[in-house]
Design a protein around this ligand. Structure first.
Ligand code: ADP
Length: 340
């Protein structure tokens, strides 16, 4: 997650809520991608450090548990600078220019100059983020599949150029066979996670860049106010007009957050004009308040000092793991004097 602001309900439902489940099933690494924030926010970096703390707090509030998973800051783990340099050497320019989000984001963020080396290369940074942990799976939604596919291609190319160096050290051989006997960088698979595209208050996809978000930290009055101004089924103009929850962003929120009973009441009430939009929005707000209350309570339990300690500890653990991979990478590339 990039530290470009506090997290919103889209981030929570699209990624974070699922991560909380995954931490019980897998050995997981979750990080705050401050280097990725720089790919678009390089001109004003003042928000990156404070937002890193906020995002970490949002992680912890959602229920990520540093005893079960590793939570760290990307730039605190120096291998995240080293591997992209090596992978950048072998990644053809055409592969990067073909990434769908490359042109899309340049068009969407027209107020920022994204014709930079860093922005073009961000998929290499992403590939490194994954490959440093010799990850088996990357939990992403459909929109991120192209990035994982590119990561697999980069790994494949690396492995062709630089097969695992033959080692005389029994410990190295044992470890290698646990990962892969031939390849230093195993190709990660997508762990496709259902991520409902949550609409924002203006009906478009909820996104920081659209200013239409409901934050995980929004207090109840703010949340209710945001819901009040949320757009609804455009065909339902008067209170007496029947509406269609399937054409209404508030209806979409109900489908994600409300109980089956409430959803049934929404369909019945809206389609018969039995309820008005204000009442329907009130029910949606109720569901959100119920969801966010325990999350906000948990958030309040952490001091900044505690969060920093958790991030430092996580970054140390991540560094140890990433450094193991780098030893193998340098050795396979014959860039390490000591392994010759
Ligand atoms: P933003 O568009 O607010 O900058 P990001 O692009 O940084 O959000 O997204 C971070 C994560 O949150 C990604 O995994 C993305 O799929 C998920 N996400 C963001 N917005 C939504 C949304 N509206 N609905 C579902 N998932 C979302």
């Amino acid at each position: 997650m990039r530290p470009t602001g506090k997290l919103h309900l889209g981030n929570y439902m699209g990624a974070l809520a699922n991560w909380v489940k995954l931490q019980d099933q897998y050995e997981c690494y979750f990080f705050i991608a401050d280097l990725h924030a720089l790919t678009t926010d390089y001109a004003d970096t003042s928000g990156v450090a404070p937002n890193t703390l906020e995002v970490a707090l949002d992680f912890l509030a959602a229920g990520l548990d540093p005893k079960k998973c590793t939570i760290f800051v990307q730039s605190h783990v120096k291998p995240h600078f080293e591997l992209p340099m090596y992978l950048g050497m072998i990644t053809p320019l055409g592969w990067l220019e073909r990434v769908p989000s490359y042109k899309e984001m340049q068009e969407n963020l027209a107020n920022k100059d994204l014709t930079t080396f860093g922005f073009l290369g961000y998929p290499v940074l992403m590939a490194s983020d994954i490959l440093l942990y010799q990850a088996d799976f990357v939990p992403v939604g459909q929109d991120q599949q192209a990035h994982v596919e590119l990561t697999r291609e980069i790994a494949r190319r690396f492995n062709q150029f630089y097969p695992r160096a033959k080692s005389k050290n029994v410990g190295d051989i044992l470890r290698a066979s646990q990962v892969h006997p031939l390849y230093v960088l195993p190709e990660p698979k997508v762990l496709l996670t259902p991520s409902p595209k949550l609409p924002g208050t203006d009906g478009r996809k909820m996104s920081k860049s659209y200013g239409n978000t409901i934050l995980m930290t929004d207090p109840e009055p703010v949340l209710r106010q945001k819901l009040k101004t949320m757009v609804t089924d455009p065909a339902r103009i008067r209170r007496t007009d029947p509406g269609d929850p399937d054409k209404c962003p508030v209806g979409d929120l109900h489908k994600v957050f409300s109980t089956p009973e409430t959803i049934a009441n929404v369909y019945e009430g809206c389609r018969t004009a039995g309820i008005g939009c204000i009442q329907c929005k009130g029910w949606a707000a109720d569901a959100l308040v119920q969801l966010l209350e325990p999350i906000q309570k948990r958030r309040a339990n952490f001091s900044d000092a505690q969060v920093k300690e958790i991030l430092e500890d996580g970054s140390n653990r991540a560094r140890d793991r990433a450094e193991q991979t780098m030893v193998e990478v340098r050795s396979a590339m014959q860039m390490s004097m000591s392994s010759r």
